[in-house]
Each structure stands twice: as C-alpha cells, then as structure tokens.
Design a protein around this ligand. Sequence first.
Ligand SMILES: Nc1ncnc2c1ncn2[C@@H]1O[C@H](COP(=O)(O)OP(=O)(O)OP(=O)(O)O)[C@@H](O)[C@H]1O
Ligand SMILES: NC(=O)c1ccc[n+]([C@@H]2O[C@H](COP(=O)(O)O)[C@@H](O)[C@H]2O)c1
Length: 170
Amino acid sequence: MRALIIGRFQPFHKGHLEVIKYIVSKYEDVIVGIGSAQYSHTLDNPFTAGERHLMISRSLEAEGIHNYYLVPIEDLHRNSIWVAHVESIAPPFDVVFANNPLIKRLFEERGYKIETPPFYDRKKYSGREIRRRIIHGEPWEQFVPEMVARTIKEIDGISRLRELAESDEE
Ligand SMILES: Nc1ncnc2c1ncn2[C@@H]1O[C@H](COP(=O)(O)OP(=O)(O)OP(=O)(O)O)[C@@H](O)[C@H]1O
Ligand SMILES: NC(=O)c1ccc[n+]([C@@H]2O[C@H](COP(=O)(O)O)[C@@H](O)[C@H]2O)c1
C-alpha cells in the first residue's frame, strides 16, 4: 500500500523526517507532496519547490530511505477539486497522513482512509519556528536534518530569509 503526506516543507525539519520514517515502517511506499509548489521568496514560503525537493531527497537518501516519490503540488483556489488535482499528479495512493482538519475532510469526502500521525516535539519542529530562528540569528540547524542545513546554506537561504523579513518591515 502507498501512503501520501502533503506539507509545504518550508523547510523540511526533523518532525517531518520522523513522520516519514513512521510511514515507511508501515507502508510499502510514501508519496511526499510538496504543497504550495508555485510559491517561493515570501516569508511563509521562502524556498522554491525545487529547493524543497533537494532538501527532502537528500535527507531521505542519507537515512537510507529510497521508497519515496516527491511530487510538487500547486495550490488551487477551489478546495472542492483539490483532491482531484492531487490525484492527477501523484502516483495512486491508499491512505493519507494528515493533521490539518481541512485536508482530512477533503480526502475523507473522496473516500480515502486518513491516519493522524503524532506530532514530534512541535515547539521545536515547526517550519514557522525554524524560519523565525533563521531570521533572528538564533540556533536552528539542530532542528533540521544535516542535508537541509547544507542545502539552505548552499542556496544562500539564510540571507534570502533575512532580506525577506527586512522588506516585510518597510
Ligand atoms: N513536529 C512535527 N511532528 C510531526 N509531524 C509534523 C510536525 N510538524 C509538521 N508535521 C506534519 O507535516 C505536515 C505539514 O507540513 P508543513 O510543511 O505544513 O509543516 P509545519 O512545520 O507545520 O509548517 P509551518 O510551521 O510553516 O506551517 C502535516 O502533516 C503535519 O502534521
Ligand atoms: N485548495 C488548495 O489548493 C488546498 C487545499 C488544502 C491544502 N492545500 C495545500 O496543502 C499543503 C499542506 O497544508 P498544511 O501545510 O496546511 O498542512 C499546503 O501547501 C496547502 O496550501 C491546498
């Protein structure tokens, strides 16, 4: 059976990695949907879908996880057809891992089985908190897989986020 998890992964952090490890311990394959794929260079979505793809694939490979598919998924301004949109892009799947009530409802209404994964140390492992730490120069690298920290530095992501934060204040 194949499981789907969708997130924005801005950036991919250790909470995401734990969920994916849990999924691959239970299911044959995992599909990781990179949500809001069309957005980048904003405070909430600083990284492009391609950059997030690099972060996730490098981290999973480093963990010895190879049974995954990465699928960028653009947002649609029509919730009622979003699941059909996901189905049109992703490999077929049997179960959806989600905590967000809207996502649960949309997939449930289409007949999918939903599993709610536990949150791992949500205070530390949250995209918003990690972006805040990067912007304010607080320690953040220990909250993301090593390959994510390396990728963020490689793409000059730290100064990108800080510049976005500065232009937001103007
Ligand atoms: N600490 C965590 N432990 C387990 N699962 C998590 C954790 N943080 C996020 N997730 C799961 O990851 C998916 C959403 O990914 P998303 O990119 O929105 O993460 P996020 O850290 O909540 O981001 P942001 O803080 O930017 O909104 C959801 O299925 C959510 O339940
Ligand atoms: N109508 C839509 O385009 C639609 C609906 C629900 C979730 N999503 C996307 O799914 C992804 C995951 O959502 P959360 O980060 O809120 O869990 C996000 O990228 C979000 O934009 C899109």
